[in-house]
Structure formats: C-alpha cells, structure tokens
Design a binder for this molecule. Structure first.
Ligand code: ADP
Ligand code: ZN
Length: 215
C-alpha cells in the first residue's frame, strides 16, 4: 500500500505505520527516525537538522525534500510505503505532489489520525523511547510500561524520554503542528482519497485502512 499518515505529534502515526507494515510488507518511512539517525551519524544533514529538532521546530523544507526524493527512489519503496511525519507543511505537500508525478507514484490514500488533544498531551509526556538505534521501541509509563523501569524489554538498552519531549518542547511542537501541519487536512480533502479517522486506539486506524483498501 502507498499511504500517507497525518496527525498531531503523539497521534500514533509511528505505531499505526508499524502495524500496517505487518499487513503487506510495505516499508515505514518516518522522517523523524531518518533525521534522528542522521544526527547520530553526525552527517551533514544531521548537523544542519539537530538544533531545529531539539527546539521542537521543523527542519527546513528544502532539506526534507532532498532527503525524501532519495528515500522514495530506494528499491524497498516499490512494494509500498507508509509516510509517517511527512509532509509537515503546505510547501512540502505541494513539492511532494510534483515529485510523485515525476517518479510515477500514486498514493492509495491519505489518513488523518484524529485524536483528542488531552489524550495527545498525556501520551507525549509519558512516552519513553529505547535509545538503541536498531530497536527504537516505544513505551508509555502508564499504558505500556517497560517490565524493568527505564530498561527496554526487547533489547535491554535504556528507555528514556526524548529530548524534544520535555513539557516546553511538547507545547511548542503542538503549536507548530496547529500552525504549519494542520492545514494539510484541507489540502488533502481537496486532493481526494482523504479519510479522517476519529480514534483513540491504533487498531481503529488499521481497521479503517483495511476496509478502505480491502485488505
Ligand atoms: P513527532 O513525534 O513530533 O511526530 P517526529 O519523530 O516525526 O516527531 O519528528 C521529530 C522532529 O523531526 C520534528 O520535531 C522536526 O524537528 C523534525 N521533522 C520530522 N519530520 C519533518 C518534516 N517532514 N519536516 C520538517 N521537520 C521534520
Ligand atoms: Zn530496545
């Protein structure tokens, strides 16, 4: 499947993407994960992106578009992909439209994961992420805690609060979302193939995709 997942930070795009990849072997393309890997690797892109990310600001559109143009042409995307965290701005969406026309890629659908604001806030403050780059398992101190506090169940590495998940950074990310990313809903409503899924659980979204794509 070729699906775009929209939604506020903490809406569960990453979790839903992982569940959907299990259905048909499509790959998850998370711009946040790619950027964090670039930062860890100390690449040129990583160095340019790091300060924006720490502050909870968006990385400039041009850097993201170059990165995604390369990513979408990799072999593993042919089977299908789930866009998680991209596009994040109207200019990114406009450029993506041109890029997909050029690369002959057609999206099956655009899903907006619509989660109530209080649920989002609570989730982001209680999220813990495994620091091991090859694992990156996600936990929640309330709803999905690690068996041993602060230690990843899967690989034994520390599971910690991300640097951009302090309260100040979270508030800022949500403001950025409202201002820059939420307008994408209107953009894709006009483009068609758009579906809003009001939900509190990731399974609601998976079921909506299964139904729409007859999987
Ligand atoms: P979230 O939990 O907010 O969905 P992500 O892991 O998707 O977080 O992204 C983390 C950070 O990476 C963002 O706050 C932003 O700085 C940067 N980022 C990720 N995707 C994009 C994008 N498409 N455009 C600009 N910046 C991005
Ligand atoms: Zn782990």
């Amino acid at each position: 499947m070729k699906v775009m997942l929209l939604g506020a930070p903490g809406a569960g795009k990453g979790t839903v993407a992982k569940l959907l990849t299990a259905l048909d072997g499509s790959v998850q393309i998370s711009t946040g994960d790619i950027l964090r890997a670039e930062v860890r690797a100390g690449s040129d892109l990583g160095k340019k992106a790091e300060a924006f990310m720490k502050a909870g600001d968006l990385v400039p559109d041009s850097l993201i578009m170059d990165m995604m143009e390369k990513r979408l042409q990799q072999e593993d995307c042919k089977k299908g992909f789930l866009l998680d965290g991209f596009p994040r701005t109207i200019p990114q969406a406009q450029d993506l439209k041109k890029m997909m026309a050029k690369l002959n890629i057609d999206l099956d659908m655009v899903i907006n994961i619509d989660v109530p604001r209080p649920v989002i806030l609570d989730r982001l403050c209680t999220r813990r992420t495994c620091v091991n780059a090859d694992c990156q398992a996600i936990y929640n101190v309330k709803s999905n805690p690690t068996k041993v506090e602060g230690i990843c169940d899967k690989c034994g590495s520390p599971a910690v609060q991300r640097e951009d998940e302090t309260e100040a950074a979270i508030t800022h990310r949500l403001e950025t979302y409202n201002e820059k990313t939420a307008p994408l809903i209107g953009f894709y409503e006009k483009e068609g193939k758009f579906k809003n899924v009001p939900c509190t659980s990731s399974d609601d979204v998976v079921n909506a995709v299964k139904e729409a794509l007859k999987l």
